[in-house]
Write a protein that binds this ligand. Structure first.
Ligand code: GDP
Length: 458
């Protein structure tokens, strides 16, 4: 028998209302002790006006709206209550204390969602989507999490697993009732099936790169010598695109990080202070930070000034960039430039993989092309922007890769006509790895690990 848990479910701080959530078999009994209303009897699923009253002192703690929801059609599949208090931490803390004194215990982080999972209302990938939903910062990452919560990933995994199960059944029949005639047929058929299954797994795994970027954002480092237009570029992007957050905590004068959203892709933009050698201690700290952000970047925007000759400093920066993913912005094309086609060719030769765009920050040329180039980069390959079935979870990606590895091993053995018992072991392992994604074959350790990422009251 589970106990009854309670926690503050809304964010800490001041708000119009704040909610205490209670879940478990004693929910109604807790409410009956601390909630007093004129209607006396608490009715299932009816929002009721009343007061939270300390039963020991008869003191009114807060004026509230309270709803009681009888199991099983609730978030946790248990009896649940939500008490809408005034959104002051004092009221919330006192109401929670009363609930704890009268039959509930404090919930652990993620425990409500963990119960939803353990009671079979959500599978593991759906429970993980709840964290992503709560933490989503852009429309797209919210959509992707919503799709996962609705069972998008689960349905795909379940369907691949069903195919693997068919294969396992075939294998078992062959192992148990060997028959020379149908054996060769089985191997041929299995090869085909394993190829198909491996392909489906790999396709899903391939969405993980885009998925990760949509969830966590793309780290972009802006680099270039002084006065080429780096801050102008940063400001331009902030103004033209919807800035979601400005001034991330921990920002220093040396590296400024901003978060903007381009075509639903969150970009963490860092304007690097420069990476040149210097004797100055303070400057050195700034340079270390710039180097760090440069090294961590998924994409580098290298800005050069077309009104000045390409200098030794530009070459030095290009050496530093090496083979990193880069877009070169030839800026200030509105000015009478000194650049010729040869100058561009030199850059192209030095950075062959880089994309080169001409821009003017003052006249806003090339910004749109830059946004498109970034989007093309993120949504490259098989992933289309409208696809919401994206793998955004590292745990899922690792398991998909594992499953793919097992299928590949099984395929190699099938081609070598190895004993079916051996092949069966790998196919089973693939089946189990995929099962871990939706939580069908997971250990308690993994479950605890997943839910420890939640915050209180979720
Ligand atoms: P940073 O040192 O690389 O960050 O360069 P800034 O963004 O501070 O720009 C240096 C100077 O160049 C400023 O006076 C900008 O107004 C100017 N500037 C930046 N981009 C352009 C451009 O595309 N065209 C022109 N004409 N001036 C620009």
């Amino acid at each position: 028998m589970e106990d009854t848990i309670a926690a503050i479910a809304t964010a800490y701080g001041e708000g119009g209302i704040g909610i205490i959530r209670v879940s478990g078999p004693d929910t109604l009994s807790v409410l009956n002790k601390i909630f007093v209303s004129r209607s006396k009897k608490i009715v299932n699923r009816r929002m009721t006006y009343g007061h939270i009253v300390d039963p020991d002192t008869n003191r009114k703690i807060d004026e509230v709206l309270c709803v009681y929801m009888k199991q099983p059609h609730t978030y946790t599949k248990e009896d649940v209550a939500e008490i809408n208090c005034h959104g002051s931490m004092v009221s919330l803390r006192k109401t929670l204390e009363l609930a704890l004194k009268n039959g509930a215990r404090l919930a652990e982080p993620g425990e409500f969602t963990k119960r939803a999972f353990l009671n079979g209302r959500l599978d593991l990938s759906q429970a993980e989507a709840v964290i992503d939903l709560i933490k989503a910062k852009t429309d797209k990452s919210f959509d992707v999490a919503m799709d996962q919560l609705s069972g998008g990933i689960s349905a795909e995994i379940t369907s691949i697993r069903a195919d693997i199960m068919d294969l396992l059944v075939n294998l078992t029949v062959n192992i148990d009732y060997p028959d020379e005639d149908i054996e060769e047929l089985t191997y041929t058929q299995m090869e085909e099936n394993l190829l198909q299954i491996g392909d489906m797994i790999d396709k899903l795994a391939a969405t993980a790169d885009s998925g990760k970027i949509i969830k966590e954002g793309l780290r972009v480092s802006i680099i270039g010598k002084p006065n080429v237009g780096k801050s102008s570029l940063m400001n331009r992007l902030l103004r033209e695109t919807r800035a979601i957050v400005t001034e991330i905590p921990g920002t220093t004068r040396d590296t400024i990080e901003e978060l903007v959203s381009i075509g639903n892709i969150p970009l963490h933009l860092t304007d690097t202070a420069g990476i040149r050698q210097t004797e100055n201690k303070i400057e050195q700290i700034g340079i270390e930070k710039s180097k760090q952000s440069f090294n961590d970047a998924d994409l580098i925007l290298f800005v050069v000034d077309s009104s000045r000759e390409l200098s030794a400093e530009d070459w030095e920066i290009m050496d530093y960039i090496g083979s990193r993913k880069t877009i070169v912005l030839i800026n200030k094309i509105d000015l009478a430039g000194v650049w010729t086609e040869e100058t561009k060719a030199l850059i192209k030769e030095k950075l062959p993989a880089a994309e080169i765009l001409e821009t003017s920050m003052t006249e806003r040329t090339g910004i749109h092309q830059l946004e498109e180039a970034i989007q093309d980069m993120v949504y490259s390959g098989s992933v289309k922007q409208n696809d919401s079935l994206l793998v955004t979870n590292v745990r899922h990606k690792d398991l998909l890769d594992q499953a793919s590895g097992f299928i590949k091993d099984a395929l190699a053995m099938t081609r070598m006509r190895e004993a079916m018992d051996f092949i069966e072991v790998d196919v089973k392992s693939a089946y189990e790895a995929l099962g871990e994604i939706i939580g069908e074959t997971v250990s308690d350790d993994i479950i605890n690990e997943v839910f420890s990422r939640f915050c209180l009251g979720k």
